[in-house]
Write a protein that binds this ligand. Structure first.
Ligand code: G6P
Length: 367
């Protein structure tokens, strides 16, 4: 039963370990090999409608907002239309300009986050079209949106979200391929992405199998009062979500910034006391990311590099977690998983109430 904790010490642990199975279930029936696309019937949008959007705007709060940033880059990469994500909590207060040819996407695990729900209503009041990427079936956001995609992650009990976020990222990948395939994404590239999505469940299992090694690293890092998470372009939302998860349950200060901005300020803080978790995917920015890691090492900052096989880091010292490679556009989905385990084991080392962290609620349904 999904509401039983089973042999796990915490719901967060159980939910991380459910991911291969729940993602496999989510993908079932939604990947269309014949047309090399994703079938998202719940959107209630014909190819012609999908084709008419000139922009995508994603709205969510907390971790959902960071996964929205991952989604925006998948959409820009695969569909080549401008896309961005914004905190729904900010959007609703700034009298946003609603455009008729923008597809608005509200992303939420609970479907009850007040800020996100208000953003949905504001968009609709001004004539915009908003679809949902929501986990809880029949929730307020799911009901009020103009169609959407259910995430099918099953119930998530731990306050720190894990599996629902992975499902959001996979949902955005499907939306990106669907938007791409009614535009310039080729049949071959559509097939490449669809096939990569099919690999995700087994690749998540391979990451979960490294839990022992990640726990050892987490024990060392947990002692630091503060840490940095860095990434660049597709890796930056991964860093943001990694820092968020770490803060939420370890109560340690964790800050994400773009690796490209290192020299414009944060470098001043690097010392032996401040570990950095660096997201270093094997993609076209690899050498730049390796360069940033070396900048940190040269200032004696301890490093944990989250990277792929066959990456040559030179003489760089420090810890390393190697994640299975997906297609470049989808790497963020998998790079995020070890950061869940890292936060979990740091919080475990520190003896915190992992499933119910202080001052936080699973879903914020009030203003
Ligand atoms: C709360 C939770 C976060 C979550 C956010 C959005 O702040 O503590 O973990 O990311 O709400 O929740 P939602 O249900 O809309 O995804």
């Amino acid at each position: 039963d999904e509401l039983e904790i089973g042999g796990h010490q915490h719901f967060m642990h159980k939910e991380m370990h459910e991911q291969p199975e729940t993602v496999r279930r989510m993908l079932t029936g939604r990947l269309d090999d014949r047309f090399a696309t994703a079938r998202l019937d719940g959107l209630e949008l014909e190819p012609r409608d999908l084709r008419a959007f000139r922009r995508v705007k994603i709205l969510g709060c907390g971790s959902a907002y960071y996964v929205g940033e991952m989604g925006a880059s998948m959409i820009e990469d695969l569909a080549r239309i401008p896309a961005d994500a914004e905190a729904a909590s900010e959007f609703r207060y700034r009298n946003p300009i609603i455009e008729p040819d923008t597809l608005y996407v509200a992303v939420s695990q609970s479907g009850e986050t007040a800020d996100t729900l208000f953003a949905v209503r504001e968009i609709q009041r001004k004539g915009g079209r908003v679809v949902g990427l929501v986990n809880v079936v029949g929730s307020s956001i799911a009901r009020e949106c103009d169609g959407g995609v259910y995430l099918h992650a099953g119930p998530e009990v731990a306050v720190a979200s894990t599996k629902a976020l992975t499902h959001m990222a996979v949902g955005f990948a499907m939306l990106a391929v669907a938007l791409g395939r009614v535009r310039d994404l080729s049949y071959a590239d559509g097939t490449r992405i669809i096939n990569a999505l099919k690999e995700i469940p087994d690749q998540i299992s391979a990451i979960l199998d490294q839990e022992g090694a990640i726990a050892d690293v987490a024990k060392k890092i947990a002692a630091a009062p503060s840490l940095f998470f860095i990434g660049r372009v597709r890796g930056f939302p991964v860093a943001r979500e990694g820092a968020q998860k770490f803060k939420e349950i370890s109560y340690r200060h964790a800050e994400a910034y773009q690796a490209s901005e290192l020299k414009h300020g944060p470098l001043a803080l690097i010392s032996e006391e401040l570990p950095t978790v660096a997201i270093v995917p094997r993609d076209d920015l690899l050498q730049r990311n390796i360069g940033a890691a070396h900048e940190i090492a040269a200032r004696r900052g301890p490093l944990l590099v989250v990277t792929h096989e066959d990456v040559d880091l030179g003489d760089l010292e420090g810890e390393r977690i190697v994640v299975p490679k997906s297609e470049d556009e989808l790497d963020a989905i998998l790079l995020t998983i070890p950061l869940q385990l890292l936060a979990y084991h740091a919080a475990l080392t520190l003896g915190h109430d992992i499933d119910r962290p202080r001052n936080l609620a699973k879903s914020v349904t009030v203003e």
